[in-house]
Design a protein around this ligand. Sequence first.
Ligand code: LCS
Length: 395
Amino acid sequence: MENKNLRFETEAIHAGYHSGEHLDSLVPPLYQTSTYTFESAEQGERRFAGEEGGFVYSRLGNPTVKILEERMAKLEQGEAALAFSSGMAAVSAVLTALTKTGDHILCSRGIYGCTFGLLQLLEGKYNISHDFSDMSSREMLEEDIRPNTACIYIETPINPTMKLVDLELVAAIAKQRGIPVVVDNTFCSPYLQTPISLGCDIVLHSATKYICGHGDVIAGIVIGNSEFIQTVSRTTQKDMGGIISPFDAWLLLRGLKTLPVRMDRHCENANRLVEFLRSHPKVETIYFPGNSDFVEDNSIMHKQMKKPGGLISFSINGTKQTAQLFMNQLKLIKIAVSLGDAETLIQHPATMTHAVVPENERRKMGIEDTLLRLSVGLEAWEDLKEDIEQALERI
Ligand code: LCS
């Protein structure tokens, strides 16, 4: 059956896979192989020259990985995709493909700590500079774009402050100037937000998170137009080599089947917990796109996100020590970085995911010492609420 205009839930299960090409196996097979055999020396020559299709070596392509890439391209409404060994391998392959010495990268005001670390490295070693911008109006963005700006790099919601960037606005301004817009869509997954449909050019993920959903894989994905994906495939992926293993791709294909179901539950649980946290005197501020106190961001949320998502950041009344004391009192909720798993996880960004960001930069991003980030899992929300309630009582 030629699949036309199928809904997201259906594509998450079927896109990119044709069982007839794989001995009618219902589930995509795991091609756990490093290389492929050629019928003859001439065939090998033709495959290397690109004159004949087919696989040659698993750093350059693998059938299991290819199914994952086609499925992700479909879900993100892009033309093509490439899978990587980690989210950071995806980020670094994209940024090094788009820039050269002397270029400038304009970023949202707040990005994941290791992405910040990568930008420092690119600046120190290759003189590729960067700036952070609030991107909250056309005027502000036009002022922050420089003649040498080679790409705009956005997280929305931003890790961990949950601020939102208006993707349609940024894409429209960037398009006029021919600057590609890259969106790290890790916090939303394509179920909640599809930046390419809003005019952005490239989407990437730490697939370690919601795409996997089960906390057992580190991986990354990049989605874009065929030309860009082919460039990355032939340069910064092939030659730097941060490719995904076939087994991890297989686990991601399994995880993707339940993405819509999982996301609905993550979102429902997060909504319930936000309602509870809002009424608690020991909780100071809640950073959550669906929180009506977050007025300005709320309108952007309705414009570009299906639902507010499964992550909640909040600050505790008190000090860093109060926040840490609260974490230590939790019994069910685990203290761990990462997000998007079945288990609810809590972390302290200032000393964990964003510890590499210098304190003055952290404050500018809005990461205070009392800020906590909760990745709401799939447990019964009442049990999560009771755990948080008892921990708050003890501080
Ligand atoms: N982008 C975002 C938004 C992330 O949150 C992360 C990891 C990455 C990229 C990098 O992906 P990785 O290489 O780890 O697959 N974020 C983490 C976090 O918030 N807690 O632990 C890791």
